[in-house]
Design a protein around this ligand. Sequence first.
Ligand code: NAP
Length: 252
Amino acid sequence: MSRHVLILGGTTEARRLATDLAARPGVRVTTSLAGRVTRPGALDGEVRVGGFGGAEGLADWLRAHHVDALVDATHPFAESITANAAHAARATGIPTIVLRRPSWRPAPGDRWHDVTSLPAAAEALPRLGTRVFLTTGRLGLAAFAHLTDLHFVVRSVEPPEPPLPPHTELVLARGPFTLADETELLRAHRIEVLVTKDSGGDATAAKLTAARDLGLPVVVVRRPELPQGVTAVPDVPGVLSRLGFGERFGER
Ligand code: NAP
């Protein structure tokens, strides 16, 4: 009998974990995606798309599909699905692991301004600069829409929906981004301040180094807290070891 692992995905780590587990004998792996991105890219193992209908819906799905272990490998800012996973884990008793890449930490020379929400980031902006590189994703831009005097360069994977700030230039791109790319972008658009979520990880961290090198301030939106009593592992090997697997032979 194979063990069925459900990964709540939407991140690079979720993809890596699916690849690792799909290659193991005796493991059936399903990745669940919210369905926000129209072309999410190929994934190893099985894939299901769309919401479960809240925590109860997720719990029902876990039971109906005989899931043996749940891995919440969603993005650090995907607060609702993480709360639902914690609830469903309690309701079903199914072993659950939360995978969260570590937060970004400032290095010497960084001029970071920590805030706890997008509205707080918007509030901090006018005193930091007028040309803003906004990398908080296409959802939540409404928080900046009232800033009519600022010029925004918005980068997202897919086009954002209104409301947007009136002076918005759109850059459609998917990471990873290199330091050279990011430095060029900041220079070309004469950016004075950067806004980012504390996503963590390497794929989108080069912008922070570029901002440091250019002496630019960065508004960092810190993550929501994990649900009470939930602790996270920081990487895929941590999940594998919690699932009772070692690293596969010859693989790093
Ligand atoms: P969210 O606010 O936490 O979730 C909203 C609802 O979307 C959930 O209640 C759930 O619907 C559904 N959902 C979310 N993730 C799901 C998944 N992996 N599988 C099935 N249903 C899911 O999430 P979000 O911030 O909109 O993010 C959506 C997805 O994009 C997540 O999977 C996340 O990993 C990925 N992502 C998010 C960000 C970000 O900045 N938030 C960045 C990159 C990637 P039901 O209640 O109906 O089950």
